[in-house]
Design a protein around this ligand. Structure first.
Ligand code: SF4
Length: 367
C-alpha cells in the first residue's frame, strides 16, 4: 500500500540502523513523545535494531494515561446518572478510576457508548431530546479540533442536551516541564507528527534553543522513526539543537490554520493536572466562557464536586511517562496488572507504553 509499505521496508530499516551506528560516538538518550510511536518502536523492535549507545525512553504522549483520576471519577459519576448517554472513545472505558471504570457503569445498566467522533454525539443528542448526551473529550492537539467542532456546532444549532467533560492537553508545555526537571534524562525529542500536522512546529524551535535539545517532528511508521532518530543523532553529534521536520508528507511548518482558528474560537489555555506527573501550567485546553453551557462538570456539578487524587499504589506510570522507568520495571507488570485487570491507564490505552510491552515483549513478564 502506497505510503505504508515503503515505510515498513525491512532492508531500508537496517540501512538506517547502520547509518545511525556509523554516526554515533557516545551514549545518547532520546524520548519519543507519542504513545503511537512507542507502540511502533516496541512492535517492530526498532530499539533492538539500534546501537547500544542509543537509549529510547517513552514520553507522556498518551492522553488517556495522563487524564487525572479525579476527572475519571467525575466522568464515571456522570455516566451513572439516569437519563445520561455517556459517550467516549473506546480505550477510555477500561481506565480505572478510584473504585471502578466506565465499563463497570455500563455493565450495571448505565448508557455508556463508544463513539468514533464527537460529532456522533450531536446526532445522538438530536435523536434523544429527553436524554443528556455527554462526551468525554480526551486527547492532545490532534483530536481537539473535532471536539471544538462539536462544541461549535452545538452552540450554533442550540443543541441544549449536549455537553462535554474536557480533558485536552498540549504537548509543548509537557516537554518544557520534562526539560525543566533536575533529573531530566532527555537529550533529544521525537515530536509527535500528528500533533504537528494540526499545530505546525513553530512552538518547538524556542524549546530546542532554550534547552539545547534537538526536536525532530517524526511520523509513526518504522522508517519514519528511524529517520527521526538518525536526524536527532546527527544533530546531537554535531552539538546542534534545532527543530527539524522528518514527517514532511504530513506536516507543514504552520500546520492546519483552519483547525487552529477553531481551537482558538472554542478553547482557552488553562493549567492541567497530568496523572502521575502533577499540574503543568498552560498545558490544557478549557472551554471559553461563551461555551460554558456545554461544560458537563458545570452542568452536573455546580457545587464543584471533587474526589481525592489517588492512584493505584503499585502503579509507576508517572515515572514511566517521565522516562525514568520502563514498563517491565513496574513490579505489577504482567502479574497484578494485565489488560484484563489493569491497575493503571497505560495498560489499557491503545497508546499506553505498558500495553505495548505487554503485547509485544511478553518475554519480559516475570514467570
Ligand atoms: S504495569 Fe500497570 S501498574 Fe505498572 S505502571 Fe503499567 S499500568 Fe501502572
Amino acid at each position: 500500500m502506497k505510503f505504508v509499505d515503503e515505510y515498513r521496508n525491512a532492508a531500508l530499516a537496517k540501512q538506517y540502523a547502520r547509518a545511525i551506528a556509523k554516526r554515533v560516538t557516545q551514549p545518547w538518550t532520546i524520548m519519543e513523545i507519542c504513545g503511537g510511536q512507542t507502540h511502533s518502536i516496541v512492535k517492530y523492535g526498532i530499539d533492538e535494531l539500534l546501537p547500544p549507545e542509543i537509549t529510547l525512553i517513552h514520553g507522556p504522549g498518551c492522553p488517556v494515561c495522563v487524564t487525572p483520576i479525579r476527572l475519571i471519577d467525575q466522568a464515571i459519576a456522570i455516566a451513572a446518572l439516569p437519563d445520561v448517554i455517556f459517550c467516549s472513545f473506546g480505550d477510555m472505558l477500561r481506565v480505572p478510576g478510584t473504585q471502578k471504570d466506565l465499563l463497570t457503569v455500563k455493565a450495571a445498566g448505565g448508557d455508556v457508548r463508544i463513539v468514533y467522533s464527537p460529532l456522533d454525539c450531536l446526532k445522538l443528542a438530536q435523536a434523544n431530546p429527553d436524554k443528556q448526551v455527554v462526551f468525554f473529550a480526551v486527547g492532545f492537539e490532534t483530536t481537539a479540533p473535532a471536539t471544538a467542532m462539536a462544541a461549535y456546532q452545538a452552540y450554533q444549532q442550540e443543541i441544549e442536551n449536549f455537553s462535554m467533560v474536557v480533558s485536552h492537553v498540549l504537548v509543548p508545555p509537557a516537554m518544557e516541564a520534562l526539560l525543566s526537571s533536575p533529573d531530566c534524562l532527555v537529550q533529544g525529542f521525537l515530536a509527535a507528527g500528528h500533533v504537528c500536522t494540526v499545530m505546525g512546529y513553530a512552538e518547538y524551535e524556542p524549546i530546542a534553543q532554550k534547552y539545547q535539545v534537538p526536536v525532530i517532528v517524526t511520523g509513526f511508521e518504522p522508517i519514519d522513526i528511524l529517520q527521526g532518530i538518525y536526524l536527532c543523532v546527527k544533530q546531537l553529534e554535531a552539538r546542534q539543537a534545532f527543530c527539524e521536520n522528518q514527517y514532511t508528507r504530513s506536516v507543514q511548518p504552520k500546520g492546519n490554520l483552519t483547525a487552529q482558528q477553531l481551537l482558538q474560537e472554542v478553547f482557552e489555555v488553562v493549567p492541567r493536572q497530568w496523572r502521575g506527573i502533577g499540574e503543568i501550567s498552560g498545558s490544557g485546553l478549557g472551554l471559553r466562557e461563551k461555551y460554558a453551557k456545554i461544560d458537563a462538570l458545570k452542568r452536573f456539578y455546580p457545587l464543584n464536586y471533587s474526589s481525592p487524587e489517588s492512584g493505584c499504589s503499585p502503579c509507576i506510570s508517572g515515572q514511566i511517562m517521565l522516562g525514568h522507568k520502563k514498563p517491565h520495571d513496574c513490579p505489577a507488570f504482567g502479574t497484578l496488572c494485565k489488560p484484563e485487570h489493569p491497575l493503571g491507564a497505560p495498560m489499557v490505552s491503545s497508546e499506553g507504553a505498558c500495553a505495548a510491552y505487554y503485547r509485544y515483549r511478553s518475554q519480559l513478564i516475570a514467570s
